[in-house]
Design a protein around this ligand. Structure first.
Ligand SMILES: [Cu+2]
Length: 292
């Protein structure tokens, strides 16, 4: 027989902490707006704004499901063992088991299967997204220290000329895209590695000097999205922001017409250099950027 220990009373402070934790948790769960709940469902991912982005979102969600199920199983087993074999005021030691071959094979093979499944989906989706089909139009993007230039190279509205928009360190440029039309991005960098990232497209790709990276997406939801450089590229990396506006065909044509009238037309694609980016405040030059 073990020795009976006196029962320890629960301190009022502990009880208070427990009740307030439960209360605030409940409050948090019930007061969520539909928007916040949707965000939770997406695992904090933005709502996909391209046809291609859905498979990334779904893969992300399923990865969480798998991870949480695995976590629940492992945590469950840990806590069950802690509870089931807790010390019960006697010196009995639970049965000690070693070399349980089936169990060892299971916990070696199960994680491998999980990793293989995740890996095969990663490869499949990556293969799908990096394929370059014929696109409705092309935008040549230049990422450079520390802003972006967008060349609308194949729009007939400019008589075969190139319509462009560029930002500077103090002016955030906007990329305009027509909805439901596929666009091929051609990524150039004249200096260091940047990364072209439109958050709502759930996709980013490195912009590498001496190499042209491309990808094709079809924006399918009108709206304004934020774009960033996702590769630490120097002192003013954080200023490499841009906006993306997905608009109707008419608005897109009108936008290009505006650019043409404002004189943002060139014979050649602007691939960076002094026309594209001047860091206002760093040099005597105070280029206003692509503002009208
Ligand atoms: Cu950058």
């Amino acid at each position: 027989m073990g020795v009976q220990l006196p029962k320890r009373p629960v301190s009022p402070w502990r009880r208070l902490a427990l009740v307030s934790a439960l209360g605030s948790g409940l409050l948090l769960l019930t007061s969520c707006s539909a928007e916040v709940r949707d965000e939770w469902k997406r695992g904090a991912m933005p709502e996909p704004a391209t046809k291609e982005a859905w498979q990334i979102l779904e893969f992300w969600q399923w990865s969480w499901v798998v991870a949480l199920l695995t976590g629940a199983l492992v945590w469950g087993l840990i806590f069950w063992v802690i509870w089931r074999y807790r010390r019960r005021h006697d010196d009995d030691v639970p049965v000690q088991t070693r070399y349980n071959l089936p169990l060892e094979i299971f916990y070696t093979i199960a994680p491998m299967i999980m990793i293989l499944v995740l890996f095969s989906h990663t490869v499949r989706i990556q293969h799908d997204l990096t394929e370059i089909p014929e696109a409705d139009h092309t935008v040549v993007v230049v990422g450079q220290q520390w802003s972006w230039t967008f060349n609308y190279v194949d729009e007939p509205v400019a008589d075969g000329k190139n319509v462009y928009e560029f930002g500077t360190g103090s002016y955030i440029p906007t990329l305009v895209l027509p909805v439901d039309e596929s666009v091929r991005f051609e990524l150039h960098s004249p200096d260091v590695i940047h990364s072209f990232w439109i958050t709502g497209f759930l996709y980013k790709e490195d912009v590498i000097p001496g190499r042209v990276n491309e990808f094709v997406v079809t924006p399918d939801k009108e709206g304004t999205y934020s774009g960033k450089c996702a590769e630490l590229c120097g002192t003013y990396h954080s200023r490499m922001l841009f906006n993306v506006e997905v608009v109707s065909r008419e608005e897109y044509d009108a936008y290009l017409q505006d650019r043409i009238e404002a004189g943002f037309v060139s014979d050649d694609v602007i691939l960076g250099g002094k026309e594209a980016t001047t860091q206002a405040g760093l040099e005597s030059d105070t280029t206003e950027g692509g503002t009208e």
